[in-house]
Design a protein around this ligand. Structure first.
Ligand code: GLV
Ligand code: GLV
Length: 335
C-alpha cells in the first residue's frame, strides 16, 4: 500500500511538515494566501487526511466531496472553522493544537494591554513622523496598569495565564465564565462576578472565550455601555466575539477609551477601515501565538494528530475521539 495522501493548506514549520512528508504523500499549498475553497475541494477529493488552518472552513459539504477523508488536523487551538458534529457523523477524526500556545498567547494579550494603556504604538508613530521636538508634560498620557482592575471574560487556560501575569502588576483580577473556577480563585486571588459587573468594574477587559453561537457578538452595544469611559478592551480570542460596529461606535463616542485587537471581524482589515484608522484602536494581524517555538510545537501536534488519525488511533489532541469510539486524547484540551 502506498503512503496516505494528504493536503496541507499552507506551509507550516518543519517541526510538523517533515513528519508529514515522511509519513504521507503530501501536497502543500505554498502560497501566502489561503487556498480558495475549490482548490481545497480539488486537492482533498481523494485525500485521506487534511491539515487545515483557521482560515479554511471545513464543513459537511466539503467532507461529502472527499469520501476518503479520515482525519482533519487543524493547525490552531480555536476550531470554530470546523464542523465537529459533521465530522463525527461521517467518522472523520478532528484535532487541534491546545496547550502549547497558552502562555505565548497570554504574553501577547498582556503586551497588547500594556501597549494600549501606555500608547506605545502611538508614541513610536509620533517619533517616526518626526513630531518629537521636546519632552512634553502632557504628551501621550495613558492609563496605569499597576493596581488597575483586569476583567477577564472567559477563564480557560489563556485567561488563567493572563491572571497570573496581572498579579505581577498587583492588579485586581475579576472574571466571568460560564463555569465558576473556585480552585483558580483561591490559587490566583481572582474574584468571580457576573459579566455585567466585570464590565462595569474593569479598567481592562480581556476576552478569552472560544467563538460559539453563545459568544458571537458577546461584546455588543449594551455591554459596551456598561464599561467605564476609561476602560480598554483587549481581544485575542476570535473577532466575531466582538460586534465590530458597536466597538467602533463605542470608541468614536468615548464610551470606552481604547481597544487592542489581535483578531477582528472580518479578517483581514484593510488599512483604510475605520477601526484601523482610529488612534485609540490598536490592530495587529492575528499573531498572538506567533513565537517561533510555539508555532513549531503547534506544527508538531498538528502532524501527530494527522498521523494518528491516518493510522486509526486516537488523536493526541482530538476534538471528537470520544464520538468515534477512540480512546481519550493524551494532550489536554484548552476549552
Ligand atoms: C489561533 O488563533 C489559534 O486558534 O490557534
Ligand atoms: C481561543 O481560541 C483563544 O485563543 O482564546
Amino acid at each position: 500500500m502506498g503512503k496516505p495522501k494528504v493536503f496541507v493548506t499552507r506551509v507550516i514549520p518543519n517541526d510538523g511538515l517533515d513528519q508529514i512528508r515522511a509519513f504521507c504523500d503530501a501536497t502543500v499549498w505554498e502560497d501566502e494566501l489561503p487556498p480558495p475553497r475549490e482548490v481545497i475541494l480539488r486537492e482533498t477529493r481523494d485525500a485521506d487526511g487534511l491539515v487545515s488552518l483557521l482560515t479554511d472552513k471545513i464543513d459537511g459539504e466539503l467532507m461529502d466531496a472527499c469520501p476518503r477523508l479520515r482525519v482533519v488536523s487543524n493547525y490552531a487551538v480555536g476550531f470554530d472553522n470546523l464542523d465537529i458534529p459533521a465530522g463525527s457523523s461521517r467518522g472523520i477524526l478532528m484535532g487541534n493544537t491546545p496547550g502549547v500556545l497558552t502562555e505565548t498567547t497570554a504574553d501577547f494579550a498582556f503586551a497588547l494591554l500594556m501597549a494600549s494603556a501606555r500608547r506605545i504604538v502611538e508614541g513610536a508613530d509620533y517619533v517616526r513622523a518626526d513630531r518629537w521636538k521636546t519632552w512634553g508634560p502632557m504628551l501621550l498620557m495613558g492609563h496605569d496598569v499597576h493596581h488597575a482592575t483586569l476583567g477577564l471574560v472567559g477563564l480557560g487556560r489563556i485567561g488563567v495565564e493572563m491572571a497570573k501575569r496581572a498579579r505581577g502588576f498587583e492588579m485586581r483580577v475579576i472574571y466571568y465564565d460560564v463555569i465558576r473556577h473556585e480552585d483558580f480563585e483561591q490559587e490566583y486571588g481572582l474574584t468571580y462576578a457576573p459579566l455585567e459587573d466585570v464590565l462595569a468594574q474593569a479598567d481592562f477587559v480581556s476576552v478569552h472565550t472560544p467563538l460559539t453561537p453563545e459568544t458571537h457578538h458577546l461584546m455588543n452595544r449594551e455591554r459596551f455601555a456598561l464599561m467605564k469611559p476609561s476602560a480598554i478592551l483587549i481581544n485575542t480570542s476570535r473577532g466575531p466575539v466582538v460586534d465590530a460596529d458597536a466597538l467602533l461606535e463605542a470608541l468614536q463616542s468615548g464610551q470606552i477609551a481604547g481597544a487592542a485587537l489581535d483578531v477582528t471581524e472580518p479578517e483581514p482589515l484593510a488599512a483604510d477601515s475605520p477601526l484601523v484608522q482610529l488612534p485609540n484602536c490598536l490592530v495587529v494581524p492575528h499573531i498572538a501565538s506567533a513565537s517561533r517555538v510555539t508555532r513549531g510545537k503547534m506544527a508538531d501536534i498538528a502532524a501527530r494528530n494527522l498521523i494518528a488519525g491516518l493510522t486509526g488511533e486516537a488523536l493526541p489532541a482530538g476534538l471528537n475521539n470520544d464520538a468515534l469510539g477512540q480512546g481519550r486524547s493524551t494532550l489536554p484540551r484548552d476549552w
